[in-house]
Design a protein. Structure first.
Length: 343
């Protein structure tokens, strides 16, 4: 297997531990993440002053000579599949996809094929320069199988690291469109009594909780206020439907990005997503609130009515600020047309 050699010298007052010193001083163009460097240390691929060092806690000093043997990217064990993709943007470092409903992002025991990663391996071919030492797309965020919309995927290690840092720092712009039961309103005393719910100027609902895997149903997330991971969602009402209003089109945006975050947060607020089999449930709408045809569209909607509509970030290689929008998929357009009485 071929290798490339990365060489450099530790600068002034390096951190005392090898792993931390490498993270500080490794050349940026080497495109080595902390995780990758940890694996290289363990594999005996790191030499300090021509001696192999496999202890990440080993002491280092200013002026120590470093040589890292980096294996060229291996072929992925995941098989490419010629699945059509709607590509919104693509260059040598990343690709932005408008994911359809029904597509899983990454292979798992229950879905070993037919995923976005399988499709990207076929689409990108030899243009994948290697992520984490393997020729594979770099998945830095995901959306649920039945959620549609925008995803950015890294094609190079440099893009993978840069995008991952932006997602970790919560600087990526992500706006979703959701159709929910009820209409969140700052004047609703019920909402004011829900822990973690508050309102910001402009009738913007803010939900601040911890999220963790449900204790008994491992497919679900649960709202907590001790433990778990910090999660913040904001939402504003775009359109109301019914007399009185019983359904709303919401614009939701994420300060954090946790599994099922919008779905579980809106359900916690009492405004579960239409069609959501896990959190939203099916609700009986007042007969006089809307025509039967519209009510039937709500009852029969087959998935959570959620679409990742806007994605904006700094290009991790060119540093250009870029922003993409994807229109609502046809099923959500049809639902809104029925609610507006125009179908």
């Amino acid at each position: 297997m071929s290798h490339r050699l990365v060489t450099f010298v530790f600068g002034e007052t390096p951190p005392s531990r090898l792993d931390k010193a490498l993270a500080r001083d490794v050349p940026e163009d080497a495109n080595l993440s902390r995780t990758r460097m940890a694996r290289l240390i363990e594999a005996g691929s790191v030499q300090i002053n021509e001696q192999v060092v496999q202890d990440p806690r080993a002491k280092v000093a200013e002026g120590d000579r470093v040589a890292i043997a980096v294996e060229e990217a291996e072929e992925s064990h995941i098989l490419p599949e010629a699945i059509p993709l709607e590509v919104i943007f693509e260059d040598d470092d990343l690709i932005v996809i408008n994911k359809p409903t029904g597509m899983v992002v990454h292979p798992a025991p229950g879905t070993p094929s037919g995923t976005l990663v399988n499709a990207l391996l076929a689409h990108c071919g030899d243009n994948l320069s290697g992520v984490g030492g393997m020729k594979r797309p770099g998945i830095v965020h995901r959306i649920d199988k039945e959620t549609s919309g925008l995803l950015v995927v890294a094609k190079s290690d440099a893009a993978h690291q840069g995008l991952a840092k932006q997602f970790e720092a919560h600087t990526v712009e992500r706006y979703y469109r959701a159709v929910v039961y009820g209409v969140p309103d700052a004047n609703d005393p019920r909402l004011r009594g829900i822990k973690g719910a508050s309102f910001e100027p402009g009738n913007i609902l803010k939900l601040t909780t911890q999220l963790a895997r449900h204790k008994t149903d491992r497919q679900k997330q649960a709202v907590l206020f001790n433990g778990g991971r910090h999660a913040v969602t904001r939402a504003r009402t775009v359109e109301r439907f019914g007399t009185p209003a019983v359904i709303a089109l919401m614009e939701c945006w994420l300060e954090t990005g946790r599994t099922h975050q919008i779905r579980v947060h809106m359900a916690h607020a009492g405004h579960g997503l239409v069609g959501d089999p896990t959190y939203g449930g099916k609700r009986k709408l007042p007969k006089a609130a809307m025509p039967e045809a519209a009510a039937e569209q709500v009852r029969s909607f087959p998935r959570q009515a959620l679409h990742a509509a806007v994605l904006g970030f700094e290009h991790p290689v060119t540093n250009e600020n870029i922003r993409f929008e994807a229109p609502l998929p046809q099923d959500m357009q049809d639902l809104l047309s029925a609610l507006r009485g125009t179908s």
